[in-house]
Design a binder for this molecule. Structure first.
Ligand SMILES: [Cu+2]
Length: 509
């Protein structure tokens, strides 16, 4: 690693983003920052410093013993920690990740939400990195890549739900224009990595049974940044920026903060045009949201709550939310792993504690414009459904198949072909008498939601995962840009994905 000369170092540290990144590296010794030795970097021009930067990280997937609350849990981790180290880069950066698999099974990495190639050493989910192997990921973020909160996790089909449930996942931050908006920059930044776990009395993660797999497994230990009910401090008059990621295999989070509205500033793939005041936010697996919280209430502690939400029982068990599986729900409350807790009381996720005071900070009026998408060249319909399984692949132990357009995932089948530099409109319908909620995720290209059941979306936003509720039809518009190659779209209840609710898309020049 080339040492920075003093002039470059001073330039970089006068930029707050660079300071954050360097500070971050200091507390996470695995992360390194390199600066391209070949490219001259005029110190007077910070943007050219950024555009020539190389950021390097070492990541090891490994079995680790981790403390979760008052328990010791034998989990899968990146670099021994849960969540994995936070990786940070800027638009235009070249990212190198030396990835080593110290698990006893194959795995790989998916860069959820990043607009990078689906091929080669980038967001290539077809890689199979065997036990003991090292692989060098390398990709360059486009210079117009949005700033936002992204998410890396394994994506080796058939093992995704289990590896994520055992602990694999981390945040990938892209810092850019959103972070430079003065009010956003002034806010205290905190990350909220939402993840549930289950461990038995020996600290082992239990295997999911077929019912749990069918519903999507949930754990009874619900954590924020690997901790139960952590505290975030907020000065009176200040602003708190919560950057929230649902990193769970299957659990949904219906988030609300006592006595404080949430001012949404960014969704999955970056900023929205102006803050939107919300009383609650629902995050299904894979979704992210960034909110600002104003410290304008009487000093004290306020709980970030996960409100009850029923994402649908298996239809065959009876009416949605009407009990059906009372035993299973009871088990969830008592602490055992369930398929779908359908919890009935709010859970405390974290506490916002007032501490000190500051000159009152205001909310931003505007954030970043969101491009209108042109009329689509092509329309498609994608049906999410659960059928009776035949003899094919993707069969669940309970005889249910998880299907996209009536088919279970087949690695060798190409389901959708699109042309680069076109915009498509997709109608995603969650159909069938046994429907439950499915979060729909498309790799590589973010999209905008146009309508839900015919109701126009209230504000424009870039998404890569959208919840399609039972018996709902969601229309999205997707611009396919930059990168040819094959990738997938799928349900982000990862047990459903592993069981076949996934399809292959080819982007062609
Ligand atoms: Cu699903």
């Amino acid at each position: 690693m080339r040492r920075l000369n003093r002039r470059q170092f001073l330039t970089l540290t006068t930029s707050s983003a660079a300071t954050l990144l360097l500070a971050h590296c200091a507390d996470q010794p695995q992360a390194q920052v390199n600066f391209d030795a070949e490219t001259p970097t005029p110190a007077e021009n910070p943007s050219s410093v950024r555009s020539s930067r190389i950021v390097e990280f070492d990541l090891e997937a490994q079995p680790s013993s981790v403390t979760l609350g008052d328990r010791t849990a034998n989990l899968f981790t990146y670099n021994g920690q849960v969540p994995g180290p936070r990786l940070e880069a800027r638009p235009g950066d070249t990212v190198r990740i030396r990835f080593t698999n110290r698990l006893s099974e194959p795995t790989n990495l998916h860069y959820h939400g990043l607009h990078i190639p689906p091929t080669g050493t980038a967001d290539n989910i077809y890689l199979n990195i065997g036990s003991g192997q090292t692989f060098d990921y390398e990709f360059t973020l486009p210079t117009d890549h949005p700033a936002g909160t992204f998410f890396y996790h394994p994506h080796l089909h058939g093992r995704v739900a289990d590896q994520v449930f055992r602990g694999l996942g981390g945040i990938f931050v892209v810092r850019g224009a959103l972070d430079e908006i003065p009010e956003v920059k002034a806010a205290q930044e905190e990350f909220v990595f939402l993840k549930d776990f289950e461990v038995d009395s020996n600290g082992q993660v239990p295997n999911a049974n077929p019912m749990q797999v069918m519903q999507g497994r949930e754990g009874s230990i619900v954590t924020v940044n690997g901790k139960e009910n952590p505290t975030f401090s907020l000065p009176t008059g200040g602003l708190l920026r919560l950057r929230m990621v649902n990193a769970s295999t299957s659990r949904f989070y219906r988030l609300t903060l006592e006595n404080h509205p949430l001012h949404l500033i960014a969704t999955d793939a970056g900023a929205i045009a102006a803050p939107v005041e919300l009383q609650e936010i629902l995050l299904s697996p894979g979704e992210r949201a960034e909110v600002l919280v104003q410290g304008n209430q009487p000093a004290g502690g306020y709980r970030l709550l996960n409100l009850p939400y029923d994402r649908g029982m298996m239809g065959m068990m009876g009416q949605r939310g009407m009990g059906g599986m009372g035993g299973m729900r009871g088990m969830g409350r008592m602490g055992g792993m369930s398929g779908n807790t359908a919890q009935t009381t709010p859970q405390v996720l974290a506490t916002i504690q007032y501490s000190g005071s500051t000159t009152p900070l205001s909310l931003p009026q505007q954030l970043l414009p969101i491009a209108d998408l042109p009329q689509p060249a092509t329309a498609r319909r994608i049906e999410l459904s659960m059928g009776m399984s035949g003899m094919g692949r993707g069969r669940s132990g309970m005889g249910r198949a998880f299907l996209l357009n009536g088919k279970s995932y087949d690695h060798d089948r190409l389901d959708t072909t699109v042309r680069l530099d076109t915009v498509e409109e997709w109608e995603i319908a969650n159909t069938g008498p046994m429907a439950m909620d499915h979060p729909f995720h498309l790799h590589v290209n973010p999209f905008q939601v146009i309508s839900r059941n015919g109701q126009p979306e209230p504000y424009a936003a870039w998404k890569d995962t959208v919840l399609v509720r039972a018996n709902e039809t969601v229309r999205i518009r997707v611009p396919f840009r930059n990168y040819p190659g094959k990738t997938v779209y799928h349900c982000h209840i990862l047990d459903h994905e592993d069981q076949g609710m996934m399809a292959t898309i080819a982007m062609q020049a």
